[in-house]
Design a protein around this ligand. Structure first.
Ligand code: SAM
Length: 608
Protein backbone atom coordinates (compact mmCIF):
# COMPACT_ATOMS: atom_id res chain seq x y z
CA UNK A 1 0.00 0.00 0.00
CA UNK A 2 1.45 3.35 -1.03
CA UNK A 3 1.55 6.43 1.17
CA UNK A 4 -1.38 7.86 -0.79
CA UNK A 5 -3.37 4.69 -0.20
CA UNK A 6 -2.63 4.83 3.49
CA UNK A 7 -3.72 8.44 3.58
CA UNK A 8 -6.97 7.61 1.80
CA UNK A 9 -7.51 4.81 4.30
CA UNK A 10 -7.03 7.20 7.19
CA UNK A 11 -9.66 9.48 5.72
CA UNK A 12 -12.04 6.57 5.66
CA UNK A 13 -11.43 5.94 9.31
CA UNK A 14 -12.10 9.56 10.13
CA UNK A 15 -15.45 9.41 8.38
CA UNK A 16 -16.45 6.16 9.99
CA UNK A 17 -15.57 7.16 13.49
CA UNK A 18 -17.15 10.54 13.75
CA UNK A 19 -18.44 11.54 10.36
CA UNK A 20 -16.57 14.77 11.02
CA UNK A 21 -13.12 14.49 9.49
CA UNK A 22 -11.41 17.32 11.35
CA UNK A 23 -11.56 15.53 14.71
CA UNK A 24 -9.46 12.62 13.46
CA UNK A 25 -6.00 12.24 14.84
CA UNK A 26 -3.26 11.57 12.31
CA UNK A 27 -1.79 8.92 14.51
CA UNK A 28 -4.98 6.90 14.68
CA UNK A 29 -4.14 4.78 11.64
CA UNK A 30 -0.46 4.44 12.20
CA UNK A 31 0.13 1.36 10.11
CA UNK A 32 -1.20 -0.27 7.00
CA UNK A 33 -2.86 -3.26 8.64
CA UNK A 34 -4.76 -1.00 11.05
CA UNK A 35 -5.94 1.05 8.11
CA UNK A 36 -6.97 -2.06 6.20
CA UNK A 37 -8.94 -3.38 9.17
CA UNK A 38 -10.66 -0.07 9.63
CA UNK A 39 -11.61 0.09 5.99
CA UNK A 40 -12.92 -3.42 6.03
CA UNK A 41 -15.19 -2.47 8.91
CA UNK A 42 -16.22 0.72 7.24
CA UNK A 43 -18.91 -0.73 5.02
CA UNK A 44 -20.86 -1.78 8.09
CA UNK A 45 -20.19 1.49 9.80
CA UNK A 46 -21.34 3.51 6.80
CA UNK A 47 -24.69 1.80 7.34
CA UNK A 48 -24.74 3.09 10.89
CA UNK A 49 -25.54 6.56 9.55
CA UNK A 50 -28.83 5.54 7.94
CA UNK A 51 -30.19 9.05 8.02
CA UNK A 52 -27.58 10.27 5.51
CA UNK A 53 -27.69 9.92 1.73
CA UNK A 54 -31.40 9.08 1.57
CA UNK A 55 -31.48 10.25 -2.05
CA UNK A 56 -29.26 7.31 -3.04
CA UNK A 57 -31.41 4.85 -5.05
CA UNK A 58 -31.66 1.36 -3.54
CA UNK A 59 -29.81 -0.20 -6.50
CA UNK A 60 -26.71 1.71 -5.43
CA UNK A 61 -24.66 1.30 -2.27
CA UNK A 62 -21.80 3.04 -0.53
CA UNK A 63 -18.76 0.87 -0.05
CA UNK A 64 -15.35 1.67 1.30
CA UNK A 65 -12.14 0.69 -0.44
CA UNK A 66 -8.63 0.75 0.92
CA UNK A 67 -7.32 2.82 -1.94
CA UNK A 68 -10.00 5.41 -2.54
CA UNK A 69 -12.14 5.62 0.60
CA UNK A 70 -15.90 5.68 0.18
CA UNK A 71 -17.38 5.21 -3.27
CA UNK A 72 -20.67 4.25 -4.93
CA UNK A 73 -21.20 0.76 -6.33
CA UNK A 74 -24.10 -0.62 -8.29
CA UNK A 75 -26.01 -3.75 -7.29
CA UNK A 76 -27.91 -3.85 -10.59
CA UNK A 77 -27.10 -3.73 -14.30
CA UNK A 78 -27.11 -0.24 -15.72
CA UNK A 79 -27.41 0.39 -19.47
CA UNK A 80 -25.47 3.13 -21.26
CA UNK A 81 -27.48 6.36 -21.22
CA UNK A 82 -29.31 5.51 -17.97
CA UNK A 83 -29.60 8.33 -15.45
CA UNK A 84 -28.06 6.83 -12.32
CA UNK A 85 -28.61 9.80 -10.02
CA UNK A 86 -30.69 12.91 -10.44
CA UNK A 87 -30.68 15.53 -7.71
CA UNK A 88 -30.42 19.19 -6.91
CA UNK A 89 -27.03 20.21 -5.46
CA UNK A 90 -26.93 21.25 -1.79
CA UNK A 91 -25.53 24.61 -2.90
CA UNK A 92 -24.83 26.27 -6.25
CA UNK A 93 -23.67 29.69 -7.41
CA UNK A 94 -23.00 31.34 -10.74
CA UNK A 95 -19.48 32.46 -11.55
CA UNK A 96 -18.94 36.22 -11.82
CA UNK A 97 -19.04 36.13 -15.62
CA UNK A 98 -22.53 34.65 -15.68
CA UNK A 99 -24.25 36.67 -12.94
CA UNK A 100 -25.78 39.09 -15.48
CA UNK A 101 -26.77 36.50 -18.07
CA UNK A 102 -28.30 33.71 -15.96
CA UNK A 103 -30.92 33.35 -13.26
CA UNK A 104 -29.26 32.79 -9.88
CA UNK A 105 -32.03 30.37 -8.84
CA UNK A 106 -32.73 28.07 -11.81
CA UNK A 107 -29.58 28.92 -13.83
CA UNK A 108 -31.57 29.52 -17.04
CA UNK A 109 -29.89 31.86 -19.49
CA UNK A 110 -31.57 35.08 -20.58
CA UNK A 111 -30.65 38.54 -21.73
CA UNK A 112 -29.75 40.94 -18.94
CA UNK A 113 -32.90 42.99 -19.59
CA UNK A 114 -35.12 39.91 -19.25
CA UNK A 115 -33.76 39.16 -15.79
CA UNK A 116 -34.87 40.98 -12.63
CA UNK A 117 -31.99 42.21 -10.50
CA UNK A 118 -32.17 42.01 -6.71
CA UNK A 119 -32.72 45.67 -5.83
CA UNK A 120 -30.77 45.43 -2.58
CA UNK A 121 -27.46 43.76 -3.43
CA UNK A 122 -27.73 44.48 -7.18
CA UNK A 123 -25.63 41.36 -7.86
CA UNK A 124 -27.94 38.41 -8.47
CA UNK A 125 -30.69 38.31 -11.11
CA UNK A 126 -33.76 36.12 -11.48
CA UNK A 127 -36.14 35.05 -14.27
CA UNK A 128 -39.15 36.20 -12.24
CA UNK A 129 -40.72 36.38 -8.79
CA UNK A 130 -41.03 32.58 -8.57
CA UNK A 131 -37.29 32.09 -8.99
CA UNK A 132 -36.60 34.97 -6.59
CA UNK A 133 -38.85 33.38 -3.96
CA UNK A 134 -37.30 29.95 -4.52
CA UNK A 135 -33.83 31.37 -3.87
CA UNK A 136 -34.75 33.66 -0.98
CA UNK A 137 -33.89 31.10 1.71
CA UNK A 138 -30.33 30.97 0.36
CA UNK A 139 -30.03 34.58 -0.77
CA UNK A 140 -31.38 36.38 2.31
CA UNK A 141 -28.11 36.38 4.23
CA UNK A 142 -26.03 36.41 1.08
CA UNK A 143 -27.79 39.64 0.09
CA UNK A 144 -26.79 41.36 3.36
CA UNK A 145 -23.24 40.03 3.05
CA UNK A 146 -22.93 41.35 -0.51
CA UNK A 147 -24.17 44.79 0.56
CA UNK A 148 -21.62 44.79 3.40
CA UNK A 149 -18.90 43.70 0.96
CA UNK A 150 -19.53 46.69 -1.31
CA UNK A 151 -19.87 49.14 1.59
CA UNK A 152 -16.43 48.09 2.84
CA UNK A 153 -14.89 48.19 -0.66
CA UNK A 154 -12.30 50.88 -1.34
CA UNK A 155 -13.89 51.79 -4.69
CA UNK A 156 -17.21 51.34 -6.46
CA UNK A 157 -15.87 49.03 -9.16
CA UNK A 158 -14.93 46.20 -6.80
CA UNK A 159 -16.21 42.82 -8.03
CA UNK A 160 -18.42 40.59 -5.88
CA UNK A 161 -16.57 37.75 -4.10
CA UNK A 162 -15.50 34.73 -6.16
CA UNK A 163 -17.87 31.81 -6.71
CA UNK A 164 -15.93 29.71 -4.16
CA UNK A 165 -16.50 32.32 -1.42
CA UNK A 166 -20.16 32.83 -2.30
CA UNK A 167 -20.79 29.08 -2.46
CA UNK A 168 -19.13 28.46 0.92
CA UNK A 169 -21.13 31.35 2.36
CA UNK A 170 -24.34 29.71 1.17
CA UNK A 171 -23.24 26.40 2.69
CA UNK A 172 -22.51 27.92 6.09
CA UNK A 173 -25.76 29.91 6.26
CA UNK A 174 -27.77 26.86 5.26
CA UNK A 175 -25.95 24.71 7.85
CA UNK A 176 -26.92 27.15 10.56
CA UNK A 177 -30.49 27.37 9.33
CA UNK A 178 -31.07 23.64 8.96
CA UNK A 179 -29.36 22.79 12.27
CA UNK A 180 -25.78 21.70 12.82
CA UNK A 181 -26.95 18.18 13.74
CA UNK A 182 -29.38 17.95 10.85
CA UNK A 183 -28.90 15.58 7.91
CA UNK A 184 -28.08 18.44 5.51
CA UNK A 185 -25.21 19.65 7.68
CA UNK A 186 -23.94 16.16 8.46
CA UNK A 187 -23.79 15.30 4.78
CA UNK A 188 -21.73 18.44 4.15
CA UNK A 189 -19.45 17.68 7.13
CA UNK A 190 -18.97 14.10 5.91
CA UNK A 191 -17.40 15.14 2.62
CA UNK A 192 -13.76 14.24 2.40
CA UNK A 193 -11.21 16.82 3.44
CA UNK A 194 -7.46 16.83 2.80
CA UNK A 195 -6.62 19.44 5.38
CA UNK A 196 -3.77 17.41 6.83
CA UNK A 197 -2.20 16.71 3.45
CA UNK A 198 -2.31 20.25 2.10
CA UNK A 199 0.75 21.38 0.15
CA UNK A 200 2.27 24.63 1.47
CA UNK A 201 1.05 26.49 -1.65
CA UNK A 202 -2.52 25.19 -1.23
CA UNK A 203 -2.39 25.99 2.46
CA UNK A 204 -1.53 29.58 1.60
CA UNK A 205 -4.34 29.80 -0.98
CA UNK A 206 -6.82 28.31 1.47
CA UNK A 207 -5.74 30.74 4.17
CA UNK A 208 -6.38 33.68 1.80
CA UNK A 209 -9.76 32.21 0.92
CA UNK A 210 -10.54 31.81 4.63
CA UNK A 211 -9.74 35.49 5.23
CA UNK A 212 -12.00 36.56 2.35
CA UNK A 213 -14.79 34.28 3.63
CA UNK A 214 -14.55 35.73 7.15
CA UNK A 215 -14.70 39.25 5.75
CA UNK A 216 -17.61 38.42 3.43
CA UNK A 217 -19.65 36.77 6.15
CA UNK A 218 -18.88 39.54 8.65
CA UNK A 219 -17.35 37.18 11.21
CA UNK A 220 -15.14 38.82 13.79
CA UNK A 221 -14.69 36.43 16.70
CA UNK A 222 -14.50 32.67 17.47
CA UNK A 223 -18.02 32.99 18.87
CA UNK A 224 -19.16 34.08 15.41
CA UNK A 225 -17.66 30.89 13.94
CA UNK A 226 -19.38 28.63 16.49
CA UNK A 227 -22.86 29.27 15.07
CA UNK A 228 -21.68 27.46 11.90
CA UNK A 229 -20.14 24.52 13.75
CA UNK A 230 -16.61 25.86 13.33
CA UNK A 231 -14.37 26.20 16.35
CA UNK A 232 -11.20 27.65 14.90
CA UNK A 233 -9.55 29.16 11.85
CA UNK A 234 -8.22 25.64 11.13
CA UNK A 235 -11.82 24.49 10.81
CA UNK A 236 -12.36 27.14 8.17
CA UNK A 237 -9.31 25.92 6.24
CA UNK A 238 -10.78 22.44 6.56
CA UNK A 239 -14.10 23.61 5.09
CA UNK A 240 -12.19 25.11 2.17
CA UNK A 241 -10.24 21.89 1.63
CA UNK A 242 -13.49 19.93 1.64
CA UNK A 243 -14.97 22.41 -0.82
CA UNK A 244 -11.99 22.07 -3.20
CA UNK A 245 -12.06 18.28 -3.12
CA UNK A 246 -15.81 17.96 -3.62
CA UNK A 247 -16.96 20.83 -5.85
CA UNK A 248 -18.45 20.27 -9.29
CA UNK A 249 -18.57 22.81 -12.06
CA UNK A 250 -22.16 23.53 -13.03
CA UNK A 251 -22.39 23.48 -16.80
CA UNK A 252 -25.06 24.51 -19.25
CA UNK A 253 -26.44 21.87 -21.65
CA UNK A 254 -23.60 22.67 -24.10
CA UNK A 255 -21.04 22.06 -21.34
CA UNK A 256 -20.06 25.70 -20.84
CA UNK A 257 -19.07 26.13 -17.22
CA UNK A 258 -21.53 28.37 -15.39
CA UNK A 259 -20.45 28.19 -11.78
CA UNK A 260 -19.80 25.93 -8.80
CA UNK A 261 -21.97 23.39 -6.99
CA UNK A 262 -21.72 20.96 -4.10
CA UNK A 263 -23.61 17.70 -3.78
CA UNK A 264 -22.42 15.37 -0.97
CA UNK A 265 -23.95 12.30 -2.66
CA UNK A 266 -22.40 12.89 -6.07
CA UNK A 267 -19.16 13.74 -4.23
CA UNK A 268 -19.05 10.14 -2.98
CA UNK A 269 -18.20 9.00 -6.51
CA UNK A 270 -14.52 8.25 -7.05
CA UNK A 271 -12.44 9.11 -10.09
CA UNK A 272 -11.24 7.26 -13.18
CA UNK A 273 -9.58 8.75 -16.29
CA UNK A 274 -11.64 6.16 -18.21
CA UNK A 275 -14.96 6.77 -16.45
CA UNK A 276 -18.11 4.70 -16.80
CA UNK A 277 -20.34 7.66 -15.90
CA UNK A 278 -20.46 11.40 -16.24
CA UNK A 279 -21.95 14.35 -14.31
CA UNK A 280 -24.12 16.61 -16.48
CA UNK A 281 -26.82 19.27 -16.18
CA UNK A 282 -29.07 18.47 -19.19
CA UNK A 283 -31.84 20.96 -18.19
CA UNK A 284 -34.68 18.58 -18.86
CA UNK A 285 -36.57 18.63 -15.57
CA UNK A 286 -40.36 18.76 -15.56
CA UNK A 287 -40.38 21.84 -13.36
CA UNK A 288 -37.38 23.95 -14.40
CA UNK A 289 -38.16 26.72 -11.92
CA UNK A 290 -38.12 24.55 -8.82
CA UNK A 291 -35.85 21.65 -9.78
CA UNK A 292 -33.07 23.25 -11.80
CA UNK A 293 -30.12 23.21 -11.72
CA UNK A 294 -30.67 19.46 -11.77
CA UNK A 295 -27.46 17.47 -11.52
CA UNK A 296 -27.48 14.06 -13.21
CA UNK A 297 -25.03 11.19 -13.21
CA UNK A 298 -25.42 9.28 -16.47
CA UNK A 299 -23.89 5.91 -17.46
CA UNK A 300 -21.50 6.25 -20.41
CA UNK A 301 -21.41 2.51 -21.00
CA UNK A 302 -23.18 -0.58 -19.68
CA UNK A 303 -22.20 -1.05 -16.02
CA UNK A 304 -22.46 -4.47 -14.39
CA UNK A 305 -23.66 -5.39 -10.89
CA UNK A 306 -20.77 -5.11 -8.44
CA UNK A 307 -18.96 -2.43 -10.48
CA UNK A 308 -18.00 0.89 -8.96
CA UNK A 309 -19.53 4.02 -10.52
CA UNK A 310 -16.62 6.24 -11.58
CA UNK A 311 -16.61 9.72 -13.08
CA UNK A 312 -13.67 11.83 -14.16
CA UNK A 313 -12.70 14.85 -12.07
CA UNK A 314 -10.48 16.23 -14.80
CA UNK A 315 -10.24 16.69 -18.54
CA UNK A 316 -9.30 13.24 -19.85
CA UNK A 317 -8.03 14.57 -23.17
CA UNK A 318 -4.90 15.66 -21.31
CA UNK A 319 -1.80 13.44 -21.36
CA UNK A 320 -0.99 11.27 -18.39
CA UNK A 321 1.66 13.59 -16.90
CA UNK A 322 -0.83 16.50 -16.69
CA UNK A 323 -3.58 14.26 -15.30
CA UNK A 324 -1.28 12.85 -12.64
CA UNK A 325 -0.21 16.34 -11.57
CA UNK A 326 -3.73 17.76 -11.36
CA UNK A 327 -5.08 14.75 -9.46
CA UNK A 328 -2.18 14.87 -7.03
CA UNK A 329 -2.28 18.66 -6.53
CA UNK A 330 -6.04 19.00 -6.16
CA UNK A 331 -7.27 15.60 -4.97
CA UNK A 332 -4.18 14.12 -3.27
CA UNK A 333 -4.10 10.72 -4.90
CA UNK A 334 -2.19 8.84 -7.54
CA UNK A 335 -4.56 7.47 -10.14
CA UNK A 336 -4.25 3.77 -10.92
CA UNK A 337 -7.20 3.59 -13.32
CA UNK A 338 -7.12 1.38 -16.42
CA UNK A 339 -5.99 4.31 -18.60
CA UNK A 340 -3.20 5.43 -16.26
CA UNK A 341 -1.90 1.89 -15.80
CA UNK A 342 -2.22 0.85 -19.47
CA UNK A 343 1.10 0.25 -21.20
CA UNK A 344 0.30 2.05 -24.45
CA UNK A 345 2.80 1.86 -27.28
CA UNK A 346 1.48 5.22 -28.43
CA UNK A 347 -0.97 7.29 -26.43
CA UNK A 348 -3.13 9.22 -28.95
CA UNK A 349 -2.77 12.21 -26.60
CA UNK A 350 0.96 12.24 -27.37
CA UNK A 351 1.19 10.95 -30.94
CA UNK A 352 2.85 11.97 -34.18
CA UNK A 353 1.85 10.88 -37.66
CA UNK A 354 4.31 8.46 -39.28
CA UNK A 355 6.99 10.54 -41.09
CA UNK A 356 6.51 8.25 -44.11
CA UNK A 357 2.71 8.51 -43.93
CA UNK A 358 2.30 4.74 -43.69
CA UNK A 359 -0.83 5.24 -41.56
CA UNK A 360 0.97 4.31 -38.35
CA UNK A 361 1.93 6.67 -35.55
CA UNK A 362 4.89 7.47 -33.32
CA UNK A 363 5.10 8.55 -29.68
CA UNK A 364 5.94 12.22 -29.12
CA UNK A 365 9.63 12.66 -28.37
CA UNK A 366 9.95 13.82 -24.79
CA UNK A 367 13.36 15.41 -24.99
CA UNK A 368 15.69 16.77 -27.65
CA UNK A 369 17.41 14.11 -29.74
CA UNK A 370 15.36 11.25 -28.31
CA UNK A 371 14.86 8.39 -30.76
CA UNK A 372 11.31 7.74 -31.85
CA UNK A 373 10.01 5.72 -34.71
CA UNK A 374 6.73 4.71 -36.30
CA UNK A 375 5.28 1.73 -34.47
CA UNK A 376 4.09 0.27 -37.80
CA UNK A 377 6.84 0.78 -40.38
CA UNK A 378 9.65 1.71 -37.94
CA UNK A 379 10.52 4.88 -39.90
CA UNK A 380 12.54 7.14 -37.58
CA UNK A 381 11.31 10.64 -36.73
CA UNK A 382 13.80 13.36 -37.69
CA UNK A 383 14.34 16.75 -36.00
CA UNK A 384 12.95 15.65 -32.67
CA UNK A 385 14.35 18.78 -31.01
CA UNK A 386 12.20 20.95 -33.29
CA UNK A 387 9.15 18.87 -32.35
CA UNK A 388 9.90 19.17 -28.63
CA UNK A 389 10.22 22.95 -29.09
CA UNK A 390 6.96 23.16 -31.05
CA UNK A 391 5.12 21.26 -28.31
CA UNK A 392 6.58 23.47 -25.60
CA UNK A 393 5.65 26.65 -27.46
CA UNK A 394 2.19 25.16 -28.14
CA UNK A 395 1.62 24.39 -24.45
CA UNK A 396 2.65 27.90 -23.40
CA UNK A 397 0.50 29.39 -26.16
CA UNK A 398 -2.52 27.31 -25.15
CA UNK A 399 -2.23 28.51 -21.58
CA UNK A 400 -1.91 32.13 -22.71
CA UNK A 401 -4.75 31.90 -25.27
CA UNK A 402 -7.05 30.26 -22.69
CA UNK A 403 -6.40 33.08 -20.25
CA UNK A 404 -7.22 35.62 -23.00
CA UNK A 405 -10.33 33.85 -24.33
CA UNK A 406 -12.79 36.32 -22.77
CA UNK A 407 -10.47 39.23 -21.92
CA UNK A 408 -8.98 39.69 -25.39
CA UNK A 409 -10.48 37.22 -27.88
CA UNK A 410 -8.76 38.91 -30.87
CA UNK A 411 -5.35 38.25 -29.31
CA UNK A 412 -6.36 34.72 -28.35
CA UNK A 413 -7.45 33.91 -31.91
CA UNK A 414 -4.20 35.34 -33.23
CA UNK A 415 -2.31 32.91 -30.99
CA UNK A 416 -4.37 29.85 -31.95
CA UNK A 417 -4.18 30.80 -35.66
CA UNK A 418 -0.38 31.02 -35.50
CA UNK A 419 0.27 27.97 -33.33
CA UNK A 420 -1.97 25.33 -34.92
CA UNK A 421 -0.05 25.21 -38.24
CA UNK A 422 3.27 24.95 -36.36
CA UNK A 423 2.06 21.84 -34.53
CA UNK A 424 0.53 20.35 -37.68
CA UNK A 425 3.83 20.89 -39.51
CA UNK A 426 5.65 19.21 -36.61
CA UNK A 427 3.52 16.13 -37.38
CA UNK A 428 1.23 16.04 -34.32
CA UNK A 429 -1.88 13.88 -34.62
CA UNK A 430 -5.18 15.79 -34.20
CA UNK A 431 -5.75 14.07 -30.83
CA UNK A 432 -2.35 15.18 -29.47
CA UNK A 433 -1.81 17.69 -26.72
CA UNK A 434 -1.64 20.68 -27.13
CA UNK A 435 -2.92 20.57 -30.75
CA UNK A 436 -6.39 19.32 -29.78
CA UNK A 437 -6.73 21.90 -26.98
CA UNK A 438 -5.71 24.71 -29.36
CA UNK A 439 -8.09 23.48 -32.08
CA UNK A 440 -11.01 23.34 -29.62
CA UNK A 441 -10.23 26.81 -28.36
CA UNK A 442 -9.85 28.07 -31.95
CA UNK A 443 -13.29 26.69 -32.84
CA UNK A 444 -14.94 28.32 -29.87
CA UNK A 445 -13.19 31.65 -30.59
CA UNK A 446 -14.23 31.51 -34.25
CA UNK A 447 -17.85 30.82 -33.29
CA UNK A 448 -18.00 33.60 -30.73
CA UNK A 449 -16.44 36.11 -33.16
CA UNK A 450 -18.68 35.38 -36.18
CA UNK A 451 -18.39 38.50 -38.38
CA UNK A 452 -21.43 40.36 -39.56
CA UNK A 453 -22.12 39.86 -42.39
CA UNK A 454 -20.80 36.30 -42.25
CA UNK A 455 -18.55 35.34 -45.14
CA UNK A 456 -18.37 31.94 -46.84
CA UNK A 457 -14.64 31.62 -46.13
CA UNK A 458 -15.10 32.33 -42.41
CA UNK A 459 -17.94 29.83 -42.12
CA UNK A 460 -16.07 27.15 -44.07
CA UNK A 461 -12.94 27.70 -41.99
CA UNK A 462 -15.01 27.25 -38.80
CA UNK A 463 -16.53 24.05 -40.21
CA UNK A 464 -13.09 22.65 -41.04
CA UNK A 465 -11.91 23.47 -37.51
CA UNK A 466 -15.00 21.82 -35.95
CA UNK A 467 -14.37 18.71 -38.06
CA UNK A 468 -10.74 18.52 -36.90
CA UNK A 469 -11.94 18.77 -33.29
CA UNK A 470 -14.16 15.72 -33.82
CA UNK A 471 -11.31 13.80 -35.45
CA UNK A 472 -9.15 14.47 -32.40
CA UNK A 473 -11.80 13.84 -29.75
CA UNK A 474 -12.98 10.59 -31.37
CA UNK A 475 -9.55 9.04 -30.78
CA UNK A 476 -9.85 9.74 -27.05
CA UNK A 477 -13.44 9.64 -25.93
CA UNK A 478 -15.99 6.90 -25.79
CA UNK A 479 -18.86 7.08 -28.32
CA UNK A 480 -21.65 8.98 -26.58
CA UNK A 481 -19.36 10.98 -24.30
CA UNK A 482 -21.10 14.36 -23.82
CA UNK A 483 -18.04 16.28 -25.04
CA UNK A 484 -18.08 14.32 -28.31
CA UNK A 485 -21.86 14.61 -28.56
CA UNK A 486 -21.63 18.40 -28.26
CA UNK A 487 -18.77 18.50 -30.80
CA UNK A 488 -21.00 16.67 -33.34
CA UNK A 489 -23.87 19.01 -32.50
CA UNK A 490 -21.68 22.08 -33.11
CA UNK A 491 -20.52 20.72 -36.46
CA UNK A 492 -24.07 19.82 -37.51
CA UNK A 493 -25.29 23.32 -36.61
CA UNK A 494 -22.44 24.98 -38.50
CA UNK A 495 -23.14 22.88 -41.60
CA UNK A 496 -26.79 23.90 -41.39
CA UNK A 497 -26.04 27.65 -41.36
CA UNK A 498 -27.22 29.33 -44.59
CA UNK A 499 -24.23 29.69 -46.87
CA UNK A 500 -23.41 33.36 -47.58
CA UNK A 501 -22.15 32.58 -51.13
CA UNK A 502 -22.79 28.92 -51.92
CA UNK A 503 -20.17 27.30 -54.12
CA UNK A 504 -22.75 25.06 -55.82
CA UNK A 505 -24.40 28.13 -57.35
CA UNK A 506 -21.01 29.10 -58.77
CA UNK A 507 -20.74 25.86 -60.72
CA UNK A 508 -19.46 23.52 -57.99
CA UNK A 509 -21.69 20.46 -57.73
CA UNK A 510 -21.29 20.30 -53.97
CA UNK A 511 -20.03 16.74 -54.13
CA UNK A 512 -17.07 16.10 -51.88
CA UNK A 513 -14.08 14.67 -53.66
CA UNK A 514 -13.28 11.21 -52.44
CA UNK A 515 -16.82 10.47 -51.34
CA UNK A 516 -18.45 9.97 -54.74
CA UNK A 517 -21.91 11.32 -54.15
CA UNK A 518 -24.07 12.98 -51.54
CA UNK A 519 -25.28 9.51 -50.47
CA UNK A 520 -21.85 8.60 -49.14
CA UNK A 521 -21.67 11.59 -46.78
CA UNK A 522 -20.84 9.46 -43.79
CA UNK A 523 -20.05 10.97 -40.41
CA UNK A 524 -17.69 8.22 -39.30
CA UNK A 525 -14.47 9.59 -37.88
CA UNK A 526 -12.30 8.19 -40.66
CA UNK A 527 -14.62 9.65 -43.34
CA UNK A 528 -14.60 13.03 -41.61
CA UNK A 529 -10.79 12.90 -41.39
CA UNK A 530 -10.46 12.16 -45.12
CA UNK A 531 -13.11 14.76 -46.03
CA UNK A 532 -11.44 17.54 -44.05
CA UNK A 533 -8.16 16.80 -45.82
CA UNK A 534 -9.84 17.47 -49.17
CA UNK A 535 -9.69 20.97 -50.66
CA UNK A 536 -13.39 20.79 -51.61
CA UNK A 537 -14.47 20.32 -47.96
CA UNK A 538 -16.92 21.46 -46.75
CA UNK A 539 -19.38 20.71 -49.53
CA UNK A 540 -21.87 23.24 -50.72
CA UNK A 541 -25.61 23.31 -51.31
CA UNK A 542 -27.61 20.09 -51.04
CA UNK A 543 -24.56 17.95 -50.19
CA UNK A 544 -23.85 20.25 -47.27
CA UNK A 545 -27.44 20.00 -46.06
CA UNK A 546 -27.27 16.24 -46.23
CA UNK A 547 -23.99 16.21 -44.29
CA UNK A 548 -25.55 18.54 -41.69
CA UNK A 549 -28.47 16.13 -41.38
CA UNK A 550 -26.26 13.04 -40.99
CA UNK A 551 -24.04 14.82 -38.47
CA UNK A 552 -27.01 15.88 -36.36
CA UNK A 553 -28.45 12.36 -36.51
CA UNK A 554 -25.19 11.06 -35.09
CA UNK A 555 -25.18 13.86 -32.50
CA UNK A 556 -28.73 12.92 -31.43
CA UNK A 557 -27.70 9.30 -30.77
CA UNK A 558 -24.69 10.41 -28.77
CA UNK A 559 -26.65 13.02 -26.81
CA UNK A 560 -29.07 10.27 -25.76
CA UNK A 561 -26.13 8.51 -24.10
CA UNK A 562 -24.13 11.41 -22.71
CA UNK A 563 -27.05 13.45 -21.38
CA UNK A 564 -29.43 10.57 -20.62
CA UNK A 565 -31.81 8.59 -22.78
CA UNK A 566 -34.84 9.20 -20.49
CA UNK A 567 -34.76 12.88 -21.35
CA UNK A 568 -33.66 12.23 -24.97
CA UNK A 569 -30.40 14.10 -24.55
CA UNK A 570 -31.74 17.05 -22.54
CA UNK A 571 -32.16 20.57 -23.87
CA UNK A 572 -29.57 20.08 -26.64
CA UNK A 573 -31.22 16.79 -27.65
CA UNK A 574 -34.49 18.68 -28.05
CA UNK A 575 -32.84 21.43 -30.10
CA UNK A 576 -31.21 18.83 -32.36
CA UNK A 577 -34.53 17.01 -32.90
CA UNK A 578 -36.11 20.30 -33.99
CA UNK A 579 -33.21 21.06 -36.33
CA UNK A 580 -33.46 17.60 -37.87
CA UNK A 581 -37.17 18.12 -38.56
CA UNK A 582 -36.53 21.43 -40.27
CA UNK A 583 -33.58 20.02 -42.28
CA UNK A 584 -35.79 17.13 -43.41
CA UNK A 585 -38.24 19.70 -44.80
CA UNK A 586 -35.45 21.64 -46.50
CA UNK A 587 -34.00 18.50 -48.06
CA UNK A 588 -37.41 17.35 -49.27
CA UNK A 589 -38.13 20.79 -50.79
CA UNK A 590 -34.81 20.56 -52.59
CA UNK A 591 -35.53 17.00 -53.81
CA UNK A 592 -38.95 18.06 -55.09
CA UNK A 593 -37.30 20.98 -56.86
CA UNK A 594 -34.76 18.67 -58.52
CA UNK A 595 -37.50 16.17 -59.50
CA UNK A 596 -39.57 18.95 -61.06
CA UNK A 597 -36.55 20.27 -62.89
CA UNK A 598 -35.74 16.78 -64.20
CA UNK A 599 -39.33 16.27 -65.33
CA UNK A 600 -39.14 19.55 -67.21
CA UNK A 601 -35.85 18.73 -68.87
CA UNK A 602 -36.93 16.37 -71.72
CA UNK A 603 -39.55 18.91 -72.75
CA UNK A 604 -36.84 21.54 -73.00
CA UNK A 605 -34.61 19.15 -74.95
CA UNK A 606 -37.35 17.98 -77.33
CA UNK A 607 -38.50 21.51 -78.01
CA UNK A 608 -34.86 22.36 -78.85
C1 SAM B 1 -14.95 13.63 -4.26
S1 SAM B 1 -14.13 12.63 -3.11
C2 SAM B 1 -14.70 11.03 -3.51
C3 SAM B 1 -15.27 10.33 -2.31
C4 SAM B 1 -14.26 9.97 -1.28
N1 SAM B 1 -13.61 8.72 -1.62
C5 SAM B 1 -14.88 9.89 0.11
O1 SAM B 1 -14.63 8.93 0.82
O2 SAM B 1 -15.59 10.83 0.46
C6 SAM B 1 -12.51 12.73 -3.80
C7 SAM B 1 -11.45 12.04 -2.98
O3 SAM B 1 -11.62 10.63 -3.04
C8 SAM B 1 -10.36 9.98 -3.19
N2 SAM B 1 -10.34 9.35 -4.52
C9 SAM B 1 -11.21 9.53 -5.52
N3 SAM B 1 -10.93 8.75 -6.58
C10 SAM B 1 -9.82 8.07 -6.26
C11 SAM B 1 -9.01 7.11 -6.94
N4 SAM B 1 -9.29 6.72 -8.18
N5 SAM B 1 -7.95 6.62 -6.29
C12 SAM B 1 -7.64 7.01 -5.02
N6 SAM B 1 -8.36 7.92 -4.32
C13 SAM B 1 -9.44 8.45 -4.93
C14 SAM B 1 -9.30 11.06 -3.10
O4 SAM B 1 -8.90 11.16 -1.77
C15 SAM B 1 -10.07 12.30 -3.52
O5 SAM B 1 -9.52 13.48 -3.01
Amino acid sequence: MSFTDLRAARKTKSYVQSSIPETTSNSSASNTSDAQKENAESTTKVASFPELYKALPSALEIRVSETSGRGIWTKASIRAGTTILSLKPHAAVLSLRHLDSHCSACFASATTSELRRCTKCRVVRYCDGTCQNNDWGMHKQECEALQRWFQAAPSSDVAPPSDAIRCMGRILWKKKKSGLDGVWSKEIDSMQSHRKSLQPSSFETNTHLAQALVQYMGLSSPADLAQFGLSSAADLVDLISRFTTNTFAITDPSLTSLGASVSPIVALINHSCDPNAVVVFPRASADPKALEPLMQVVALRDIHPGEEILTSYIDTILPKSSRVKTLQDTYYFTCTCSLCSAKLEVDPREALHCPKNCGGSCPLPIEDHSLVQCTKCRAPVQSTDAIVDAVRVGCEGLEKATSLEFKDPAKAIQLTTNLIPILIRAGLAPSSHPLLGLTRLHESLLISSFPSPLTQDYLDDTIRTATKVITGLSALLREGHPVLAIAYTELGKLLAVDEPSPKHLAGNSGVISGTGSEHSLSTSTSQLASMVASSSYPPSGPARLKLAYNTLLRAREMLKVGFGKDNEGGAVGKEVREMLASLEKEISVWKTGVRNALEDMPKVQSSG
